[in-house]
Design a protein around this ligand. Structure first.
Ligand code: FAD
Length: 381
């Protein structure tokens, strides 16, 4: 089998990989390598599909805010919008009030839509709440439901239109440093299940497998931890069309549920269980506990489940994303550690990847929010 030569090999066909390919393919010969026979098979297709800005801490918040313009733009390739308005309501009792007040102040340094609500306003956002348990809410009214597969398809379509090559069933199994051969130098030689590939730059967008890919390339891992989260849907007779998504961080009552089309609620315990990189499977105990918590906080009285699934949310040790060049090994770019925010941050992540690989500064729309390369760097202090 012959070896194919590219400028950039992007490893991973989830949202991170396709947004990177989309932003690089105009300037470089790009190949996107995905181990599964379909793209977006792992975490990307298993999310709750919510656009929240005030989520994951200040770094993620800024990347999500920087992504909003893309999500709200008219994209000629699409039939409909990427976002559908859906408020997000974080609920608590008096124990949570002080933390919520501090969170409003911090969130509003970036965006000004987050506010505390209580009483009738709280009940209007989520009429099934039990007022004896829930007394205060932190509302993000400008949050939205997001069409994740449309976002993924949009990036993929643009990458392909710019001649990126997409190889499925192409698990990368070995990465060697390159060579100089007949006057031609190549930095990386990759063995894949679909044949060998050579490239000058590797973009590591391998999600839960990010540290494994790094180790294969002789790059020191950054300490990623994949965390399993189980989710499920359940049918409801309530008219949920005007409800916000409800999220409870209350100790021993943590959970969320999100109104979906067709009389369904998407629910989760918002569990985080460390896992090996794998095809994550749902845990019955996490579904049962989520039902207990939701029923304790609301009058939904959930008794049955329609579908269940699980995905891996992958975190760096400080729970911030890892976007940037490795500072020890040339030609290795990290695009991992997106945790629970990989969809909402994907437009900014792709933009940033394109700029840094082309040797440019962080784009203005991201830098103006106060984000620096140091905050995202693989080996930040
Ligand atoms: C229950 C749940 C709810 C969530 N809700 C939200 C939400 O509302 N909003 C939000 O923004 N985010 C949410 N997330 C998080 C979001 O889904 C992730 O941050 C995002 O999908 C990560 O994308 P990724 O491309 O990095 O990873 P993945 O989609 O996992 O893609 C990585 C790809 O790399 C491939 N790969 C790995 N190793 C190799 C190899 N050696 N060779 C070739 N290919 C390889 C894998 O097969 C995989 O397809 C949620 C996650 C879960 C589990």
């Amino acid at each position: 089998m012959g070896t194919d030569l590219f400028d950039v090999a992007v490893i991973g066909g989830g949202i991170a990989g396709v947004t990177a390919a989309c932003h690089l393919a105009e300037a470089y010969r790009v190949v996107l390598l995905e181990q599964e026979n379909e793209l977006a098979h792992h975490t990307t297709s298993r999310s709750a599909a919510v656009y929240i800005e005030n989520e994951g801490g200040p770094v993620f918040h800024r990347l999500s805010t920087a992504s909003r313009t893309f999500f709200e733009a008219d994209h000629p390739e699409l039939d409909g919008p990427l976002l559908t308005p859906l408020g997000v309501l974080k609920v608590g009792g008096e124990t949570e009030r002080a933390a919520f007040e501090a969170e409003v102040a911090a969130a509003n340094e970036v965006t000004s839509s987050v506010r505390l609500i209580e009483g009738d306003e709280l009940l209007a956002e989520c009429p099934v709440i039990r007022p004896e348990v829930v007394t205060v809410g932190l509302l993000e009214p400008t949050a939205a439901a997001i069409d994740v597969m449309a976002v993924h398809q949009l990036f993929l379509r643009r990458a392909r239109a710019a001649h990126a090559e997409v190889r499925r069933s192409a698990r990368v199994t070995q990465i060697d440093k390159g060579h100089i051969d007949k006057g031609r130098s190549v930095r990386w030689e990759l063995q894949t299940a679909a044949g060998p590939v050579e490239a000058d730059i590797i973009v590591n967008a391998a999600g839960a497998w990010g540290d494994e890919v790094a180790a294969m390339a002789g790059v020191e891992p950054v300490g990623l931890t994949p965390m399993r989260r189980t989710a499920f849907t359940t049918a409801t007779d309530f008219d949920t069309s005007s409800w916000s998504m409800m999220y409870s961080p209350i100790s021993k009552l943590h959970c969320y549920f999100k109104p979906e089309a067709g009389g369904q609620l998407l629910c989760s315990l918002s569990d985080e269980t460390p896992s090996e990189p794998c095809d994550a499977r749902p845990e019955e105990i996490d579904v049962a506990q989520a039902i207990d918590h939701i029923n304790a906080l609301t009058t939904l009285n959930i008794t049955s489940v329609s579908t269940t699934w699980a995905g891996l949310r992958t975190f760096a040790p400080d729970r911030n994303p890892v976007f940037g060049w490795d500072d020890q090994v040339d030609g290795f770019f990290w695009l991992v550690g997106q945790g629970g925010c990989g969809i909402v941050t994907s437009p900014a992540a792709g933009q940033l990847t394109g700029a840094l690989i082309r040797g440019e500064a962080i784009p203005d729309n991201i830098a103006s929010l106060g984000l620096t390369q140091e905050a995202l760097a693989p080996r930040r202090g």
